[in-house]
Design a protein around this ligand. Structure first.
Ligand code: GDP
Ligand code: IMO
Ligand code: MG
Length: 423
C-alpha cells in the first residue's frame, strides 16, 4: 500500500501545504478530508506563491487527482474564487473532484459565526469567521445542506427555505442581527451550483478503487492536532477532526487504508486565536519568531502568537495520530538566536505534568521546564542534507527526536519546496 496521511502536529500553520506539495509531485491522488476554508496552505513553487484554502495542494501537478472529501465543509463561493485564481495562474481544474456528501457553507453559517463570536465577548474563540462551526453544527443536527442537495435546484430551494426561516429567527431574535433574503441567497447559490456540478461525484468509491489499484495517495491534513474537537484544547478548537482518525470518516476510508502518518511541526510553536499556550513568548525572541518567521495568518492575516517548541505537544501528536515520523519546518527561522529552548514537561503545584489536562484552565498554572541548546548563526537555507547543517542545528533536531519519541524524516530550511532536507 502506498498511502500517507499528513497531519498538523501543533495548532495549525506548521507548513503542511509545503510538505503536501513535495509529496504530491510523485502522487496519484491528494485528498482533503476535514475542515473548510478556515485552512490556509502556502505552496511556494517555481518562483510563484499559491495560497490554498479548500483545493488540495496536489492541484499544481497536472496528473495528480485532487479530492475534496465528504468530511470537508465546502464554501462554494470560496472554492470557485480559488479555482478562478488558479486558472488565471495557469493551473488546470480537470483533476478536481468534490464529494456529493460534503456539506455546504451558506451565508447564514458565516453570519452566525460572526455574531456568536461577538456575543461571546472576552470568551470568544477567535474563529476564522468562515462559518465552519455553524456548518458542522447543522451537519450534526441533521439539517445540513450537502453538495448533492445544492446541485438539485428543487431540493436546494426547499431546504434553503426551511433553514433560512429558522436561521433568520436566530440571527434576529437571539443576536439582534439583520435577516438574510431568501431569494438573493437562492439565486446566488443556484449560480454556484451550476458551476460546481461538473466536479461533484462519489469520491469515496473513487478512492476505494484507487487504493485497490495500489495508487500513491496523500491525505492532506488541515488545522492541527491541538485544534481537534475531541483531543484539542476544547473549547478553543475547530469543529472537525484534524487528526489521522479524521481521515477515515472524512474521506470514507478504513483505518487500514493509511500506511504512514507524517506529523508536520515547526521548529517552534505558533497559534492563532484564543486559548492556552504554555510556551508563548512575549519578548524579543517572540518578536524574532514573528518577524523572521513571517508569522501572519494566510486566511485572516492575523499575527500568530509565537513561542518555544513544546515536546509535550509533540508527544500528544505522536500518541493521538500514531505518527510514524515527523517533519520539522522553519529550522531556518531559529538562525541567529543565541540560545534555544524546548519545553520537556511542565510543573504545577510542585508536581510534574507530562500531558495537557482535560480541564485546560489548569494549564494556566503550569510552568514549562526547558532544556536549553546553543544556537547557530550560519545561513542554513541552502542546506541539502542533514550533514550539511551546523552541529548545533543537528543537535537540536536530534533532541526533538528524543523528546518527541519519533524520528524526524524531513527538515524545512525555507519556504520553497526545494528547501527541504530528506533524512
Ligand atoms: P499550513 O497551514 O500548515 O499549510 O501552513 P501555512 O502556509 O499557513 O504557514 C506556513 C508558512 O511557513 C508559509 O508561509 C510557508 O511558506 C512557510 N514555510 C513552510 N516551511 C518553511 C520553512 O521551512 N522555512 C521557512 N522560512 N518558511 C516555511
Ligand atoms: P491551517 O490548515 C491555524 C483556528 C482559529 C481558531 C480556531 C477555531 O492553515 O493549519 P474555526 O474558524 O475553525 O472555527 O476557528 O481554530 N484555526 C486555525 N489556526 N491554522 C488553521 O488552518 C486553522 N483553522 C482554524 O484561529 O482559533
Ligand atoms: Mg495555514
Amino acid at each position: 500500500m502506498n498511502t500517507i496521511a499528513l497531519v498538523g502536529a501543533q495548532w495549525g500553520d506548521e507548513g503542511k501545504g509545503k510538505v503536501i506539495d513535495i509529496l504530491a509531485k510523485s502522487s496519484d491522488y491528494v485528498v482533503r478530508a476535514t475542515g473548510g476554508s478556515n485552512a490556509g496552505h502556502t505552496v511556494v513553487s517555481g518562483g510563484k506563491t499559491y495560497k490554498l484554502h479548500l483545493i488540495p495542494s496536489g492541484i499544481l501537478y497536472p496528473d495528480t487527482k485532487n479530492i475534496i472529501g465528504n468530511g470537508v465543509v465546502v464554501d462554494p463561493k470560496v472554492v470557485l474564487e480559488e479555482m478562478d485564481s488558479l486558472v488565471k495562474m495557469g493551473v488546470s481544474m480537470k483533476n478536481l473532484f468534490i464529494d456529493l456528501r460534503a456539506h455546504v457553507v451558506l451565508p447564514y453559517h458565516k453570519e452566525i459565526d460572526e455574531l456568536a463570536e461577538k456575543a461571546k465577548g472576552k470568551d470568544a474563540i477567535g474563529t476564522t469567521k468562515r462559518g465552519i462551526g455553524p456548518c458542522y453544527a447543522d451537519k450534526c443536527d441533521r439539517i445540513g445542506i450537502r453538495v448533492i442537495d445544492l446541485i438539485n435546484p428543487e431540493t436546494f430551494a426547499q431546504k434553503l427555505k426551511a433553514n433560512l426561516e429558522f436561521k433568520n429567527k436566530i440571527i434576529v431574535n437571539v443576536y439582534g442581527g439583520k435577516p438574510l433574503d431568501y431569494k438573493s441567497v437562492l439565486d446566488e447559490y443556484n449560480g454556484y451550483a451550476k458551476r460546481l456540478a461538473p466536479f461533484a461525484c462519489d469520491t469515496g468509491v473513487m478512492l476505494y478503487d484507487a487504493i485497490k489499484a495500489n495508487k500513491r495517495i496523500v491525505f492532506e491534513g488541515a488545522q492541527g492536532t491541538l485544534l481537534d474537537l475531541d483531543s484539542g484544547t476544547y473549547p478553543f478548537v475547530t469543529s472537525s477532526h484534524p487528526i489521522s482518525g479524521g481521515f477515515c470518516a472524512g474521506a470514507g476510508v478504513g483505518p487500514t487504508a493509511i500506511k504512514e502518518v507524517l506529523g508536520i511541526a515547526k521548529s517552534y510553536t505558533t497559534r492563532v486565536g484564543a486559548g492556552p499556550f504554555p510556551t508563548e513568548l512575549d519578548d524579543e525572541v517572540g518578536k524574532h519568531l514573528l518577524e523572521v518567521g513571517k508569522e501572519f495568518g494566510v486566511t485572516t492575516g492575523r499575527a500568530r502568537r509565537c513561542g518555544w517548541l513544546d515536546a509535550v505537544i509533540l508527544r500528544i501528536a505522536v500518541r493521538i495520530n500514531g505518527l510514524t515520523s515527523l517533519a520539522i519546518n522553519k529550522l531556518d527561522t531559529l538562525t541567529g538566536l543565541k540560545k534555544l529552548k524546548i519545553a520537556t514537561h511542565y510543573m504545577r503545584d510542585g508536581k510534574e505534568v507530562n500531558d495537557f489536562p482535560a480541564d485546560i484552565s489548569l494549564l494556566e498554572g503550569c510552568t514549562p521546564v526547558y532544556e536549553e541548546f546553543d544556537g547557530w548563526t550560519e545561513d542554513i537555507s541552502g542546506c541539502k542534507s542533514f550533514d550539511a547543517l551546523p552541529e548545533n542545528a543537528k543537535k537540536y533536531i536530534l533532541a526533538i527526536e528524543r523528546l518527541a519519541g519519533c524520528k524526524v524524516s524531513m527538515i524545512g530550511v525555507g519556504p520553497d519546496h526545494e528547501q527541504n532536507i530528506n533524512r
